[in-house]
Design a protein around this ligand. Sequence first.
Ligand code: NDP
Ligand code: MG
Length: 383
Amino acid sequence: MKTIALLGATGSIGESALTVIRNQKEKFTVTGLSGYSNEALLTRQIAEFRPSHVAVSTKEIRDRLRETFPFLHLYYGENALTELAEAAPYDILLTAVSGAVGIGATVAGIQREKRIALANKETMVAAGEYINGLLSRHPGAEILPVDSEHSAIFQSLSGGAKDEVQRILLTASGGTFRGKKRKDLENITIDEALTHPTWKMGKKITVDSSTLVNKGLEVIEARHLFQIPYEKIKVLIHPESIVHSMVEYRDRCVIAQLGNHDMKLPIQYALTYPQRLANPIFEGLDFVKLKALTFEEPDRETFRGLDLAYEAGRLGGTMPAVMNAANEVAVSLFLRRKISFLAIYDIIEKAMARHSPQEASDLGTILMADKETRAWVNKTYEN
Ligand code: NDP
Ligand code: MG
């Protein structure tokens, strides 16, 4: 029996994770949960899974939950996720919050030498160098990727040694606007940006997929998770989202992981690795019904998110944290109708241009760059 603390339980990944756990009741117990704005759903989840530790956004929610569940250890406010990760009993910390707000909790989980099942890619983007340093000082800790591409790469990397890897082929659906040109994207509405051809996900990552910023973040995530240089990471558009990513070795053999596009698959794998449990949720792939698996080059001129991320990654230090923070605020401004879709790229570019990257070896420097960028973007574009 493994115990799990699930951060971001009320989100898309959080709910999928709870379905996985529900289907493997004899293997997993939930000891921690967190939610932010969706109090009603969090309350139902607490009633069903009976965790001992819960983190929420405000004191008001904390007080109401305390009345209903008097024995809970409750945390609220800015440090709630980190405090829960420091205090709750768990074997696995599944971090599925959206945004760099998850950094502190991952750090706490690593310091406690736990397994981190990481969906929260922004943590690895903003603080990847620092997290890798921390991992090297805490050999009992490990990060298992939940992001489907990184789960695929992780699985494919067992096909050879690290120094035999020629390239990582990171696949991307291409998002809702694949095939469109810059002028077609000028008047994109929120509803248009929030439909995704293959994956059903939270709002922020759905917009990130349509700008290809998501794939850019994933390039940086892959760089840090697998310690593979940027020049060996190639993005390939694969609209069917069946090949979740591939690793090419120097003998030119390619090992890929294929599967349905359902996040329950990589979530379960990150929880059960090195075991593979029977999957009671869906059937295997029907290769005869799959008419074709197609691949194409990304349109980097239209979807500038990809190259902005490569640039941030290559500059290194605090620059990826700045790129990520600028994007988080820009997406939130777009979702509040304050800026146009294409302005997301301009904001990231300007935020990066005004920042001189510093070494990112301590968390304080990273969080400062993140905070300063958020403040600048908000101040400059809020009205
Ligand atoms: P959602 O928006 O659906 O869920 C986000 C979760 O984080 C919710 O539980 C939300 O609480 C909580 N949350 C939001 N803001 C804060 C905050 N400031 N402090 C604490 N908690 C907060 O996102 P997804 O589930 O889609 O994505 C989660 C993470 O997983 C992201 O990093 C994303 O990039 C990654 N990911 C997601 C995939 C997917 O298929 N969805 C695929 C691969 C990676 P509440 O809802 O109660 O407000
Ligand atoms: Mg992904």
